[in-house]
Write a protein that binds this ligand. Structure first.
Ligand code: GLN
Length: 325
């Protein structure tokens, strides 16, 4: 991707997306984590981060919601940063399971075969890899420092969400121990599970998520702080993981229609990366059956089409419609 997006064109398209989809009533809040069921369903925000550090925002972009599975992205990058992309490929893998994000069946079926850090099993495994192993507090600090570096501001756990997840995460506990059984967990299983649960309970805004997406898109350089947060050669690795499995069993449909590597979370957030061009995020709590925000998907799909963000399109067809209009 080479084209530059003009801030005004971006803002105009984001406003159109917000107007078009704000009254959409499709989907339902996640309710298997009780806290998420009570988040106001009408919240809707879209934010984007440009290479010069400019952040463009429309709607509820300062509301702190549960980052949930979007947190799998920073931890995967951190594991690659601390070890290497190859080591993460060996120890966890990069293959889509084609099954729901919390599938135990996927682990049973592929017990001798790697998965991906962007589903629950691989994410718990990634948490187990984070250094320094054996020290929960220092591992947690490494994870939160890294997330703060990516989004350029402080983040905190939403305590009520953390409690709600911890009280109900029996399926994830089974995953952690099953992974242990297959030698795919590299630290204490309960500690790794707790780190994963805590990172999912971090509160984040759409604005922060857009900056995180921007930092990933711009090769690890946070355009709002000017700091190099991770090695630039990791951007294509993480973008490929997002493209492969970012929407779980619906990832193929998403990629086919948008061509934008993105990652969703059951808190209603979606983060999209268009390497070298823009980082973009949207948030709206109601989800489809696979656990992906309905309105955030619609908004990002619309914006991607209008601005020509499909990373697979030949240069000619990526000329932004909005720029031509
Ligand atoms: N914490 C949630 C879980 O483990 C995250 C799932 C998600 O966002 N897809 O079930």
């Amino acid at each position: 991707m080479t084209h530059n997006i003009q801030k005004d064109a971006l803002l105009a398209v984001m406003n159109q997306a917000h107007d078009r989809f704000k009254a959409d009533t499709g989907g339902r809040n996640a309710d298997y984590i009780p806290f998420l069921a009570n988040v106001p369903s009408q919240l809707f925000g879209i934010a984007a981060c440009l290479p010069d550090g400019e952040v463009v925002a429309v709607g509820d972009t300062d509301y702190r919601f549960g980052i949930e599975s979007v947190s799998k992205v920073p931890t995967a990058i951190l594991a690659m940063e601390q070890y290497s992309a190859g080591e993460v490929l060996d120890r966890i893998g990069a293959d889509a399971t084609g099954l729901p994000f919390n599938s135990i069946m996927a682990i049973l079926l592929e017990n001798d075969h790697p998965s991906t850090p962007l589903v629950n099993a691989g994410a718990i495994s990634a948490c187990s890899m984070i250094k320094p192993t054996g020290d929960a507090d220092k591992k947690w600090k490494a994870i939160t420092d890294f997330i703060e570096g990516l989004c350029g501001s402080k983040v905190e756990v939403i305590d009520e969400l953390y409690k709600s997840e911890s009280d109900t995460n029996f399926n994830n506990r089974s995953i952690a121990w099953l992974l242990k059984n297959y030698n795919r967990i590299y630290d204490d299983p309960e500690m790794s599970l707790d780190l994963y649960t805590r990172q999912c309970s971090i509160g984040i805004t759409a604005r922060q998520l857009a900056i995180m997406a921007g930092t990933i898109s711009f090769g690890g350089m946070n355009p709002t702080t000017g700091k190099q947060v991770f090695k630039s050669h990791l951007t294509p690795h993480i973008a490929s993981l997002m493209a492969t499995v970012g929407f779980y069993e619906n990832t193929g449909d998403w990629l086919f229609t948008t061509g934008v590597p993105a990652k969703s979370g059951v808190g209603g957030g979606i983060m999209g990366v268009v390497p070298g061009v823009v980082g973009i995020a949207a948030f709206a709590p109601p989800l489809d059956k696979a656990g992906n925000s309905v309105k955030a998907q619609k908004a990002l799909k619309y914006i991607a089409a209008q601005l020509g963000l499909n990373i697979f399109a030949p240069a000619e067809t990526t000329v932004p419609k909005a720029a031509k209009a």
